[in-house]
Design a protein around this ligand. Structure first.
Ligand code: KG4
Ligand code: ZN
Length: 338
């Protein structure tokens, strides 16, 4: 089955063609980074307006690069949730119009689950595995038993990890988007320059949870208190220390999950899965099989939407023209606390 995927949940306007949930024959991502950079963050109104202007070209390019045209497409998958309402609506309306005019089946896809599917486009991974979904909006540690069957083991109790990177970078003017800027700067910095407090207070049902508001506030408002005066106050040192604190907190919970469940396959997805230190930190556990998506598929893209959409369409899922975009999703099921 050859699926056209459409993604417009935030600031990337993307379309891709994927065969049988595995073979990516085209993946076009038109990024709006340059348009939002001057505001140091995504401006929803600008994002949806640009999606409206770009989406047709982006889809036509994906179809042309795949060499299929629309006639070679068996089904359409579109991100329907969660995301910015106006941005999502552009993709969903476009996909509905395309489905209606061509008579092809279509399905709305959950963007968060699609991030976890991205690494599976290029690797054969059996279930169950431990999923790590880390993006600007989500921080989830879960057990995955199927492409749409996840059980949340841990999550953030406040900010998402990517959001914390973005806010610290914005405050200090380190660059936009913040996560990638901090990753770049951190490579020439020394993480020992600053010891941020690690929130390690959680027990019982919160034992795998993380919290980013504490280190974010420490980095933005209380830097003097945590800075080691033996080190120069450079952006690179700050970036390295913040990155280490943010990633170590998550990695420690992940290792706990792996040790407690005995499941040693870890699949990571989402924009923060591009992080160099996170990749290196998990590689230290040589007994784990850790699968990261290629860098091109960490951030928002439509190949992951087409890949996940394939499995949904293949089992018979269909949406009608009444499909709506929804900015939020119902919470994923949580493991019973022990
Ligand atoms: O998955 P994504 O593109 O969009 C959402 O679904 O949220 O993730 C975007 C997030 C942003 O917070 C961005 O700063 C972060 O991913 N990010 C990174 C890196 N590249 C992007 N964070 C840390 N290190 C990176 N290399
Ligand atoms: Zn995303």
């Amino acid at each position: 089955m050859t699926i056209l995927g459409i993604e417009s949940s935030c600031d990337e306007c993307a379309a891709a063609v994927v065969i049988d949930g595995r073979r990516v024959v085209s993946s076009v991502v038109a990024t709006q980074i340059a348009e939002h950079a001057r505001y140091d963050g995504v401006v929803p109104e600008i994002a949806s307006r640009l999606h409206t202007e770009w989406i047709r070209d982006v889809a036509e390019r994906a179809l042309a690069e795949a060499g299929t045209g629309m006639s070679g497409i068996d089904g359409i998958a579109v991100t329907a949730r969660p995301g910015l309402a106006g941005s999502l609506l552009v993709g969903v309306s476009f996909a509905k119009a395309l489905a209606w005019s061509t008579g092809k089946p279509f399905v709305g896809v959950n963007h968060v689950l699609a991030h976890l599917y991205a690494p599976l486009l290029s690797e054969d991974v059996g279930y169950p595995f431990i999923g790590l979904i880390v993006s600007g909006g989500h921080t989830l540690l879960c057990r995955a038993d199927g492409f749409d069957d996840i059980t949340v083991l841990g999550t953030t109790i406040d900010d998402a990890i990517g959001e914390a990177f973005d806010k610290v970078a914005k405050h200090y003017g380190l660059g936009y988007p913040g996560g990638a800027a901090i990753d770049r700067l951190a490579r020439s910095g020394d993480a020992a320059a600053c010891r941020f407090p690690s929130a390690n207070l959680y027990k019982g049902e919160h034992r795998y949870d993380v919290s980013y508001s504490g280190i974010k506030t420490a980095a933005i408002r209380q830097l003097d208190q945590f800075w080691n005066p033996a080190y120069e106050r450079t952006d690179a040192n700050l970036a390295a220390a913040f990155e280490k604190a943010a990633v170590d907190m998550l990695a420690s919970r992940l290792i706990k999950v792996v040790d407690d469940t005995g499941i040693k396959t870890v699949v990571a997805g989402g924009g923060v899965a591009a992080n160099t230190y996170l990749r290196a930190r998990l590689a230290r556990r040589t007994d784990l099989r850790t699968i990261f998506p290629p860098l091109s598929l960490c951030g928002d893209n439509a190949a992951m939407i087409a890949g996940l959409g394939y499995h949904m369409l293949a089992r018979g899922d269909r949406d009608g023209l009444g499909l709506n975009a929804s900015p939020r999703v119902a919470a994923f099921k949580r493991a019973a606390s022990s």
